[in-house]
Design a protein. Structure first.
Length: 225
């Protein structure tokens, strides 16, 4: 079997809780192929978001290895991890985290600024094309406060895609939206996976969003079923 884009092997993670330690992940194995979409479902506290944070290099496991695109995350220093995160990973959270003083287009381009260089015209063109794809081209110059919740989350999805990441990680991306907006964002993520081959790992309690993924995996007591 060829190597997946994501390879998680024997990953465990614990956190202190007063005078005891809680084991949140317990020997998790996961393989995600390039272009695949995977939903992680299960009860709150089962370890889903912890696993997503480890995949996003926002935390490190106590045991086990995580390899993304052939790179073992444990072998990289902090500055190298930061570059890897910016260039290879996209994030969509439950809250959109758009900067209120920047326009929609400017918010989308924020991850590009981490490269420390002038934003090339082709990058702006890609941002505009993505905004058009998600139905926000007419809102590009608006501030986030003038957008609906669903529009803000669609802008956040475009921001996650602007650096053409190999992997997009989404943590409850529809959790703060009304039913209609949640359905629109769920459809958008599913469509982008199929149309653009985006590799997607989503943590969700939404059956509708999970149903749009290629695979649904259940996490219970820190283990993947």
């Amino acid at each position: 079997m060829s190597q997946g884009l994501v390879e998680v092997r024997g990953v465990s993670k614990s956190f202190p809780a007063g005078d005891r330690t809680i084991r949140v992940l317990d020997g998790v194995d996961l393989r995600v192929a390039a272009g695949e979409s995977v939903a992680l479902v299960g009860p709150s506290g089962s370890g889903k978001s912890t696993l997503l944070n480890l995949l996003g290099t926002l935390d490190t496991p106590d045991q086990g290895t995580i390899v993304i695109d052939g790179r073992d995350l444990s072998t990289m220093a902090a500055d190298e991890l930061a570059r890897f995160r910016n260039q290879n990973l996209g994030f969509v959270f439950q809250s959109h985290h758009l900067l209120p003083h920047l326009s929609v287009l400017e918010n989308v381009l924020v991850p590009v600024l981490a490269h420390g260089s002038r934003i090339a015209p082709e990058v702006v063109a890609r941002a505009e094309a993505l905004l058009k794809r998600v139905g926000l081209d007419h809102r590009r110059d608006q501030l986030p406060g003038r957008l609906s919740g669903g529009e803000r989350q669609r802008a956040a999805v475009v921001r996650a895609l602007i650096n053409q990441p190999k992997l997009v990680l989404a943590d409850e991306p529809t959790g703060a939206l009304d039913r209609t907006s949640a359905g629109e964002v769920a459809a958008l993520l599913g469509d982008l996976n199929r149309e653009q081959g985006i590799t997607l790992v989503v943590v969700t309690h939404s059956e509708e969003l999970a149903s749009r993924m290629n695979r649904v995996l259940t996490m219970q007591d820190g283990r993947l079923g």
